[in-house]
Design a protein around this ligand. Structure first.
Ligand code: FE2
Length: 374
């Protein structure tokens, strides 16, 4: 599948410097139990906690960390309010992809001047370890981008959070950093959000996939990959395309009740080890037919890994001009068919596995059919 297209224009200066992803915050129905799932199954450590015991009256939040990946799981502790409303509408899902900036006030002002819808004015949070400045702008649906400035903070994470300790011994599975984070938006809305990333946050469109690249017998979708100035942050955006049946994006939009984050891809240096470990802890992955592997040597050429463990685990392989990549996708991690994870190991390749789209989407559609949603 070689129909990925290059961007129409390349941008040279970084007009909105972002250091990286600061954290990804989920709103969930029961953060205490979700935190245990991420500890036992995904190997995250709970490093900090904020809640009623630390002076926050309306919510409880757990900060999970594995290498450079930081997740916050937040739950409301009363029935009313925006967090409870978010969960009622969307189920467990991503509320905030927080971006780490040097100067949150300037970043917020610039973003709003360029057309971003403000979600939170710059707010200073202080404790004895210094201060954090945080502001936020709206993204698709009920999702936001917080802008986090932490240059004057020497504490654990953020004022309000206290260290969390537990006798539970967490064993990491080798997850390293967030490789990319994908959003699903409504039919016709993809270019609006591509423009938002270009004009507000100074991102560049580095790859585009049309509905001919990404189609199966039943459904199709379109996708554009946006990358920030320093290339560390990549946000692909999907929209559904007309097909014979309901696409996986349509299913997501129906059950999430609107646009939102579809999957978070996390990098590992040893995907065979990571996935073996996660599977043994009960993480469910999508499975492609064994025949997928018959064409792998011919399609991707020589790779360092043996095919047998890849086939056994269901790990996919793809190659581009710069190298190859190995990837696998979990099933949704909540009962609604919405958010899932990708585990990815890059061996030179900078692309997203377009050669796997067909096999992958057919695997997703088999799951959709089981749910009665195809
Ligand atoms: Fe992905």
């Amino acid at each position: 599948m070689a129909t990925a297209t290059l961007p129409e224009s390349a941008q040279s200066a970084d007009t909105f410097p972002i250091n990286g992803t600061d954290y990804i915050e989920f709103y969930v129905g029961n953060a205490k139990q979700a935190a245990h799932f991420y500890r036992s199954a995904f190997g995250f450590d709970v490093v900090a906690y904020r809640g009623p015991e630390t002076g926050v009256r309306d919510r409880a939040s757990y900060l999970l960390q594995q290498d450079k990946v930081r997740l916050i799981l937040t739950t409301p502790i009363r029935s009313e309010g925006p967090i409870a409303d978010h969960i009622h509408k969307h189920g467990d899902g991503v509320r905030d992809i927080a971006l780490w900036v040097d100067d949150a006030r300037t970043a917020f002002k610039l973003a709003v001047e360029r057309g971003a819808k403000p979600a939170q004015e710059p707010t200073v949070m202080k404790d004895e370890a210094g201060e954090i400045v945080i502001a936020a702008i709206h993204l698709y649906g009920d999702t936001i981008h917080s802008l986090v400035e932490r240059k004057d903070y020497r504490g654990l994470f953020m004022p309000g959070f206290v260290p969390f300790s537990s006798p539970f011994q967490v064993k990491p599975v080798g997850l390293k950093y967030v490789d990319h984070c994908v959003g699903n938006v409504e039919l016709g809305a993809m270019n609006k959000w591509v423009n938002f990333y270009e004009h507000v946050l100074g991102f560049v469109n580095i790859l585009s996939f049309d509905d001919k690249t990404i189609s199966t017998e039943y459904s199709a979708l379109m996708s554009k990959v946006m990358s920030n100035g320093n290339g560390r942050i990549k946000f692909p955006i999907n929209e559904p395309a007309a097909g014979k049946k309901k696409s996986q994006i349509d299913e997501y939009l129906e059950f999430y009740d609107g646009p939102g984050v579809q999957h978070i891809a996390i990098a590992t240096d040893d995907i065979i080890k990571t996935v073996t470990d996660m599977k043994s802890r009960g993480v469910e992955f999508l499975k492609v037919p064994a025949t997928y592997y018959d064409s792998v040597p011919e399609r991707v050429g020589k790779i360092d890994e043996d095919i047998a463990p890849l086939r056994e685990l269901g790990i996919l392989v793809d190659r581009d001009d710069e190298g190859y990549l190995l990837q696998i996708f979990t099933k949704p991690v909540q009962d609604r068919p919405t958010v899932f994870y990708e585990i990815i190991q890059r061996k030179g390749a900078k692309s997203f596995g377009a050669g796997n789209f067909k096999a992958l989407f057919e695997a997703i559609e088999r799951e959709q059919a089981l749910r009665g949603n195809l």
